[in-house]
Each structure stands twice: as structure tokens, then as C-alpha cells.
Design a protein around this ligand. Sequence first.
Ligand SMILES: Cc1cc2nc3c(=O)[nH]c(=O)nc-3n(C[C@H](O)[C@H](O)[C@H](O)COP(=O)(O)OP(=O)(O)OC[C@H]3O[C@@H](n4cnc5c(N)ncnc54)[C@H](O)[C@@H]3O)c2cc1C
Length: 556
Amino acid sequence: MAIERNKLRWNGWGWTAHKDALAGREEVWAWLAQELGMPSLLATPARKLEDANLPRPQLAPDLRARLVAIVGPEGVRDEPYERAFHALGRSYHDLLRLRAGDLAQAPDAVVYPRATEEVLALLSLASQRDIAVVPYGGGTSVVGGVSGNRGAFPALITIDLSAMDRVAEIDTLSRTAAAQAGIYGPALEAALAAKGLTLGHFPQSFEFSTLGGWIAHRGAGQGSNAYGRAEDWLAGAKLATPRGLLDTQTFPASAAGPDLLSLIAGSEGIFGIVTEATLRLHAAPAASDYRAYLFRDFASGAAAIRSAVQEGMPSTMLRLSDADETRFYRAFARAGQSATLKSRLEQAYLDARGFGRQACALIAGIEGEKPVVASAASYFAQIARKLGALPLGRGQGGRWLAGRYHGPYLRDPMMDRGLGVDTLETATSWSKLDALYAAVRAALDAAMRETAPRPGAHGVVLCHISHSYSDGASLYFTYIFPRALGGELAQWQTIKKAASDAIAAHGGTISHHHGIGEDHLPWMAQEKGQLGIDVLRAVKAALDPKGVMNPGKLIP
Ligand SMILES: Cc1cc2nc3c(=O)[nH]c(=O)nc-3n(C[C@H](O)[C@H](O)[C@H](O)COP(=O)(O)OP(=O)(O)OC[C@H]3O[C@@H](n4cnc5c(N)ncnc54)[C@H](O)[C@@H]3O)c2cc1C
């Protein structure tokens, strides 16, 4: 196994050994309490695994023996850590339940196959003997994609793909690679880098998520402007199903009827398990240029991104923070420090030039061959200048790149202090972007006030444009709020529903890259239409007639 799973938190993010410096910074907690209208923040420690409520496994001994016969004794695990680690994903409300020691959804056993044939044998057994199956990559789903939902079935196993982590072949001439689906991001990129290649799929969860999960949730890495989304780089796949193997084969392009690959990307484990995939690659970039700009407002920053993508400028990432996100992260970095003369002068200069409370930071990232990078960076600088932006240089861009995977580590210390922190994302056309942005912001703000634990308390809403296309862009919202202790799940549901209803009412997709899972099901029928849902049901019936695959996900 490429990653030492037993060193990961079963109820939080990343390595157990990682102790984030934030936890002990009392000045930051005092500042955050003030920002959220709270007198102080309470300590809310998580329960230990020994004190958690873990139900007894329901797997009959003869079934366990059949699983062992397929994957060997080492491949069937049912000790508490394994079952707890695989009970839920890593969304905010998953963490609420895990931290409270609620392991009602733990699987009866976790099974680790090593080859496609073993996966096929497991799924055939599950279908014959009525065992629900949750396919599991890194478990970083934030939409309830790996929740241990057994539906109407008496037993539940999680099939963890992490022992299937080989890169089978790299075709440097065609720039493709075939890899097993359980490979983690860093191991995949290391194997490709050895041949001077990259997939370029770098989600914020990169360190702890897998190729199969990226495909199954149809994800987008932070550099998807250049490297594409999962469905763009996926060239072929093997899908093990209860009915046998669906092998799409790999062609650079084909007109042989509808593309079956597009049924696999985004299938969230409900049709079968992706065991191996062929990927389109890029040359590892020879150069990269990440630099920051300050725009006077969100509209002019968005206009810069729109111009760049519509004019065909090569970009890897154009990330525009709204005014609140820009201010919040600056203040967060300086929390507890008194303003120096230099920082006051800087602010006075910015205010005088019109970069006051509405100012928005943008990071423009460009990767590729040196001349392409140099010319695109200078092209974007021109666009930004025309729109009145202030160039801030490479320091801030470089710091963002260096810390791009650190953000999720801040969530656990925040949850230890009675705070809620969640994210959601959507996408829409440029013409609807402003209205969608305003509506979701307002919905989040109102719902956080309504559910706040005391009068006057409230949340903060931060947003950025995360990915951009010629016809539109995605909006990524982070919201932080004081938890209504004791009623936290209801509070989360109220906030989530308000924001999702606003998305649906204003022409946004219910997800740009997180997927549907269980959490977005209520909005799925509206987005796909009844006929669309019927098509998905028909495909499921063809591949998984008993319905054992990932019950309760994707199809309402
Ligand atoms: C802090 C944080 C940051 C994130 N940032 C991003 C981001 O930048 N971009 C992004 O796209 N997503 C992001 N995500 C969401 C999540 O990481 C992605 O959805 C990721 O692709 C999931 O991969 P995984 O291996 O963890 O899959 P899992 O969580 O294990 O599974 C995801 C879904 O795929 C199914 N599945 C997993 N493996 C297979 C397989 N081999 N065959 C069939 N089905 C399978 C599961 O049943 C489940 O439905 C983030 C999540 C967190 C917690």
C-alpha cells in the first residue's frame, strides 16, 4: 500500500501526527470570535475511537469466509479503526458525526482487492448474496459519496481500492498511461514525473484522494483550465460490475455511437467499480508563473478572467477571491498582531487608489513551455492593467502554490473550537454569474444568522471563482459559523438547503466538481429532468440489477 492508512485520522483530515499550529494561537480564536459576533469560542473536543458507538458487524461467518477466499485473510478487515475510518466521507457534517462518535454507518467489513478479477468476483458474490457495496478510494468525498448506507440489504462491505495502486503502462509516444484506480495522487504523479509527464489533476484533496475517486466524482483539479477535468483526461476505463466487465477500450476519438466513458465519469460507484483507467497526459511543465493582482472590485476581476479565457489565452488557474475572502484571509494571517506603521501606510495608499473594502485578489497561474508561459503572463498583465488592477508580483502567487494543500488541515482545529466550516460550489454562464453569486451569498448569510446559537452571532461567507470556461465559471463558497451546539446537524441542513435552493433557482448546477452523493440528491431531479433520471435508472438496472452498488447515492 503506497500510503500508510493507519497513520491517517479516522475522524478528521490527513495525518494523525500533523498538529496544526493554529490550534494553540489564542489570539486567532479571540479574533474569530469577534468576527462571528460571539463573546468567546468553546472547546468542543472530538470523542475517542474507544468511546464511539460502533455497532457489531452483521456479516455471517460463511460470507466472511467467501470474501477471504477471494482476497485472502489480509484483505478482509473488520477491526474498529478500519470500520470507523470507512464509515463516512470527509464533509463537514460527516465530521460532525464522526467526532460525536456516531459510527452507525460503519461497514461490516472492509475488503481490499488487488486485481480486476478479484473485484469482479466480489461484486458477483455481493449481488448473489444481497450484500450492499460501497466503493472507496481515499474517502475524501464531501457529498456523502462513501456513506455506509446499506439500503435494504442486511450486510454492507466497503471495497477499498487502495491496494490496486500500480501504474501498468506509460506510453510516452501517445502521452497516455494506464493505471489502477486506487492509486493516490502523489504516487501517480511521481510515476509520471519519472517519464517527464504529468496528469495535472491537483484537487485540494490531492494528497489523500485517488484516481478512481476523481473519475467517479467527475472532479476538477485546481489547474483544470490547462489540464482539463476528469472527463477530459479520461481516455478509457475498465468498469467491474455485478454483471461482468465493461471495458470501453481506448481511442483518441471515435464515432462508434454514444460514448460509454461519459457514463462512467461521474457514476459515483452506483454502476460498478473502476478498476483501471487510461489517462491523457501532458509534458511536465518546463516553467510556471503564479502571480497576484488586486482588482478594484469583483466585476472587474471577473471581466479579466472572462477576457483571458474567451480570447484563448493559455492559463492553468485564474482564481479571483471576492472582497470578503480577500479581506478575511489577510486579516486571518495578521490576527492578533497590532497594525504596524508600514501596514497602515500600505492600506492608506490602497484606499487612496480605490482599492478599499471592495478590492479583490486574483491569482493567475500559468504553466507550460517557457515562451508560452512568458507570453501568456504578459498578456494577462495587459488585460489586468486595462481593467485598472494593481500587480502584486510573484510572492503571493508562490505562497498560494506552496500552501495549496494546507487549508483542509485548519478544519479540525476549528471544529475543536465550536466552529462550523463548510464549502459548496456551483457553475453557471457568465451572464448569470452575478445574480447567482449574490443569491447564494445572501442565502448563506441569512441561514447562518437564523440558526446562530445566540442573538447577534452570524457567519462569514467567502467566495472565489475557481475554474473558468469560455461560456462561464464556477463559484466556490466557504462559510464559517458558530455551531448551534446540540442542534448542529439541523443547523447544517438549514444552511445547505438555503444555499442549494438559491443555486437551483438562479441557473447554477448543483455541483461543479464535488458530485451528488447523498447530499445533493434533492436537487438532482430538477437538474436532470425525469427522463434523464429514468435513463440513469435503466443503466443501473442493466449493470447492477439487484441494486447492491452504493445504495442511496446519485439517483433520487
Ligand atoms: C478538503 C477537500 C478538498 C477537496 N478539493 C477538491 C477539489 O479541489 N476538486 C475536486 O474535484 N474535489 C475536491 N474534493 C472532493 C473529493 O476529494 C473528490 O471528490 C475526490 O475526487 C474524491 O476522491 P477519493 O479517492 O477520495 O474518492 P472517495 O471519496 O473514496 O469516493 C468518491 C466517490 O467515488 C466512488 N468511488 C471511489 N473510487 C471508485 C472506483 N474506483 N470506482 C467506482 N467508484 C469509486 C465512491 O463510492 C464515491 O461515490 C475535496 C474534498 C476535500 C475533503
